[in-house]
Design a binder for this molecule. Structure first.
Ligand SMILES: [Ca+2]
Ligand SMILES: [Ca+2]
Length: 332
């Protein structure tokens, strides 16, 4: 059973992330540093041997390549390598609201919208993952299995007790992992059973998930904001799936949403509340953060397309999907 305390926390979380809410949340960025201060802050916990070379030589700030407009509170984007299309989840209304109007759009990789309402009948869909030809979508308190070819809903896995299923990652063996942000819980769909797999308050509001080499890399949003308090910040964590152990990767620095891999050990991460794109270079339990873009609030669950060197970022409150080109590294 869910305690009153948890319900209160969840309500605060909704207040902190509410779509209709004013955009002032961003300016209260939690760390106490000014925005400018945070931009130039390197979170360098390295003591000793780590070289001071930047994590990836990016010649200059990423530039806008294209924007897909006319979306409806887009939260997440996913590339389907089989059909070479993009899926975009559209919350369409407030986060976590069971209004039945959420949908998935299908786009070409150049941002052209093929079918705006390709998969319908969802509530407030957020993160997505592909396993075989099934598109798994987190939808408030359910994991919805959609036929990746037809867009029809094949099955709905209820998550009893979940508050806000947020992101989806698929393991090498096809196991599907789903974050429940306010509950500090990772759910798991394995052998047809969908159940809470790991709960640990250390996760600090798990949002974005990425599966790499037996580990779930988690980008955390931070604990729900209390009345009269500033929003706390969070960072990255690694969950060793075999051991079910949670380790922080560096220090807290933002209210994080999406995560993808730029190159082995270096991640691209968005900050939802602040509106920002970062690279994070991880070595052991240390992480170095560098800001690439200062964005509008609600930069959400991104992907990186390595062949095109494009970062695709759903801009939830702008109703767009924005594609930014990362310049090739300078050759010496
Ligand atoms: Ca909705
Ligand atoms: Ca998310």
């Amino acid at each position: 059973m869910m305690s009153v305390h948890l319900i209160r926390l969840a309500r605060r979380f909704v207040a902190a992330t509410a779509i209709g809410a004013s955009r002032r949340v961003s300016t209260t960025a939690a760390s106490g540093l000014s925005k400018v201060g945070r931009l130039v802050t390197f979170i360098l916990v390295a003591s000793g041997s780590w070289s001071l070379q930047p994590p990836l030589a990016i010649a200059q700030a990423p530039t806008l390549a294209w924007e897909a407009k006319g979306l409806a509170r887009p939260e997440s984007v996913l590339h389907d390598p089989v059909t070479d299309v993009l899926f975009v989840s559209n919350i369409n209304g407030p986060v976590m609201q069971k209004d039945g109007n959420g949908f998935i759009s299908r786009l070409k990789p150049d941002g052209t919208i093929l079918e705006r309402r390709w998969a319908k009948g969802l509530n407030a869909p957020t993160g997505m993952g592909l396993s075989e030809r099934t598109l798994y979508v987190a939808d408030v308190d359910a994991l919805v299995a959609i036929n990746a070819a037809s867009g029809s809903i094949e099955r709905t896995h209820k998550a009893n007790g979940a508050i806000f299923l947020n992101d989806v990652a698929v393991g090498d063996d096809g196991t599907v992992y789903v974050s429940d942000t306010p509950m500090n819980t990772i759910w798991r769909l394995k052998d047809g059973v969908f159940e809470p797999w790991l709960t640990d308050d250390a996760l600090n509001g798990p949002n974005g998930l990425l599966f790499r080499e037996g580990r779930l890399i988690v980008a955390s949003f931070g604990r729900p904001k209390s009345v009269g308090q500033e929003q706390e910040v969070a960072g990255l964590f690694a969950i060793n799936v075999e051991e079910k152990s949670v380790s922080p990767l560096g220090e807290p620095f933002g209210n994080l949403d999406g995560i993808d891999e730029l190159q082995p050990g270096t991640y691209l991460v968005t900050d939802w509340a602040e509106g920002s794109l970062y690279t994070i270079a991880v070595k052991g339990k240390k992480a170095r953060v560098r800001q690439l873009l200062d964005l509008n609030q609600a930069s959400a669950d991104l992907i990186y397309m390595p062949d095109e060197r494009l970062v695709l970022i759903p801009m939830m409150l702008d109703n767009t999907l924005a594609a930014y080109k990362l310049d090739a590294p300078k050759s010496n």
